[in-house]
Design a protein around this ligand. Structure first.
Ligand code: NG1
Length: 553
């Protein structure tokens, strides 16, 4: 039975931020941490309702603002299988947050809450116990916001809360999924922990090396990992300290790992900084030209790689390069296993993917490519529904590979058939790879391990990887406009419908530049419009982009 008196008290104590309009985007709620108390309170309730709706399964809640500056924070809800909150529940998250924000007293909020409960036919008098998994990144504001989030969960809704403490976003997704799988096994099954995550991914990494009888060394003399001074640092170090991790310690160095200094988070480092500025992060100077570098973002759900050539030129190996590396490797394995006609492999990109990467996937790898709207939930959905091996990455390094049920069935049955006579190397490779990649969400740690294993197996240097295709010169700029909501798009955001006539003007500009492509869309996470342009001639790129921007302003 719900204790509304207690809920009223908690509401009055917690919801200090009032009359602010909140919206739940692809990245959940995200804003200045000092304005998030009310949102945390309502999101905690919504997560409990989601769990009740799903017969008490574990629902995840992550407190993070990813690559945003340290003053920000945010929160997002994770479904029991580790995927993002069901799209039809996003409006509820918004309604409840805004009800708490604009209500003049608890009763008004309670009316809105009751409407939602009735609409979703949730029985609050049930004996079902809601289960919640919570995690937070390293931000200073997170412990307080966690208290706002969880305040009503146990005391009012009798929920069981599994608090993971500080974890990366993908760890929270993985552990939520695993907790539910364990729960299905019965009440005596152990609760899922961070340790399960390390054991699982290190296990898959080691097995892949063992499959090839490879010595446990990276294909480069040294890998530098920039963890953006975020939660990726301590978590990665736990993995590296694990007794099953036996890559020589001198091959790996973690930098920008001061997650204990709040203001350093994402400051001149991390995946977003490196991708946007196309330069080395703070704390790195090119010490040797055969090293490989990579950068995570603040909550370690994105990764980009890079290297510096002997002429000191910086080369970015972004999400497009990661997905093409995986597509090349896995297509070959399918072929070697004679499964290229029974299992469908494909790559999912957004309009931000470099045109050269799309051409390379189609023309060199002969692999199908889909384009979706920006935002991983769109890519994830396409990868999961259209392919047996669905590789998806945003250019910024956020992505993973989804392996279908049919894939798992086929590999299992082929492995059992060929045990006696055939060569099972490709089949075993495919199996290990499907375990090495975090199936729930893009994961900097798991993606990094998969890249390192692929490079080691293929004996590729960063330069070999980069030379598979050459990016078209490209530029992404932010444009501040009075009202970004008027910028409406079609064709997976590649064309503007509104403002009327603007697309025609852009088309005329594009036509002037060989291999030119440009598109304009409103950002979903910032109050700005983004302009992307790419063309053959780097000396003309600036002018090309400026011309489009002039029309947008
Ligand atoms: P917006 O602000 O809608 O462009 C940005 C990234 C997305 C995605 C989201 C969520 C670009 C161009 N856009 O979206 O890819 O990662 O943030 O964090 O990188």
């Amino acid at each position: 039975k719900v204790d509304y008196e207690q809920l009223c008290k908690l509401y009055d104590d917690t919801c200090r931020t009032k009359n602010v309009q909140f919206s739940y985007g692809t990245a959940g709620f995200r804003t200045l941490a000092k304005n998030l108390d009310t949102v945390m309170f309502s999101t905690g309730i919504l997560a409990v309702l989601r769990s009740l709706k799903l017969q008490g399964q574990y629902v995840g809640v992550m407190i993070t603002a990813s690559h945003n500056p340290y003053q920000d924070n945010g929160v997002k809800i994770v479904e029991p299988d580790g995927s993002m909150l069901l799209a039809t529940w996003e409006p509820y998250a918004m309604q409840l947050a805004n009800a708490a924000s604009f209500a003049t007293n608890f009763e008004e909020f309670r009316v809105e809450l009751a409407k939602l409960i009735e609409h979703e036919k949730i029985d609050l008098n049930t004996t079902v116990v809601p289960h919640i998994v919570v995690g937070r990144d390293s931000r200073e504001s997170s412990p307080y916001l966690l208290r706002c989030l969880t305040s009503s969960m146990a005391s009012v809704f009798h929920a069981q809360v599994l608090d993971l403490g500080c974890v990366t976003t993908p760890q929270l997704h993985y552990i939520t999924d695993l907790s539910n799988r364990r729960k299905l096994e019965g009440d005596t099954a152990p609760v899922a922990t961070e340790q399960d995550y390390y054991s699982f991914f290190i296990g898959a990494f080691n097995e892949l090396f063992a499959t090839y009888q490879l010595e446990k060394r990276l294909s480069v003399p040294k890998l530098f990992i920039d963890t953006a001074n975020g939660i990726g640092g301590p978590q990665l170090k736990k993995l590296l300290a694990s007794e099953d991790w036996d890559v020589p310690a001198e091959q790996v160095e973690v930098i920008n790992d001061r997650s204990d200094v709040p203001e350093l988070l994402n400051f001149e480092c991390g995946a977003d900084y490196v991708k946007t500025n196309q330069r080395l992060p703070k704390g790195l100077s090119p010490s040797s030209f055969d090293s490989l570098y990579c950068s995570f973002d603040g909550d370690a759900d994105r990764v980009v790689f890079y290297y510096v050539d002997s002429g000191s030129k910086f080369h970015l190996l972004d999400g497009d390069k990661i997905s093409t590396l995986f597509a090349k490797f896995l297509s070959k394995q399918l072929e070697l296993a004679h499964l290229e006609h029974s299992l469908k492999i494909g790559v999912v990109q957004t309009a931000y993917a470099n045109g050269s990467s799309t051409a390379y996937i189609k023309n060199t790898l002969h692999c199908p490519v889909s384009c979706t709207k920006t935002g991983v939930k769109h890519l994830h959905h396409e990868a999961a529904t259209q392919y047996d091996i669905g590789i998806y990455f945003e250019a910024n390094g956020h992505g993973t590979i989804i392996f279908s049920e049919k894939f798992h069935r086929t590999i299992k049955s082929e492995l059992s058939k060929s045990k006696l006579n055939g060569d099972t190397l490709a089949l075993r490779t495919l199996k290990c790879f499907s375990e090495l990649i975090n199936q729930t969400v893009g994961d900097a740690i798991s993606d990094m391990l998969a890249v390192l294993a692929t490079l080691a197996i293929l004996k590729m240097s960063p330069m070999d990887w980069d030379e598979e295709y050459t990016d078209l010169p490209n530029k992404l700029v932010k444009c501040i406009v009075p009202d970004r909501s008027i910028f409406q798009t079609t064709d997976q955001e590649r064309k503007l419908l509104n403002p009327v006539g603007l697309q025609d003007k852009i088309d005329l500009v594009v036509a002037k530049y060989p291999m030119g492509r440009s598109f304009v869309r409103a950002s979903g996470t910032e109050d700005a419009v983004r302009v992307y342009a790419e063309c053959k001639d780097s000396s003309k790129l600036g002018q090309f982009c400026d011309e489009v921007v002039e029309h947008v302003k």
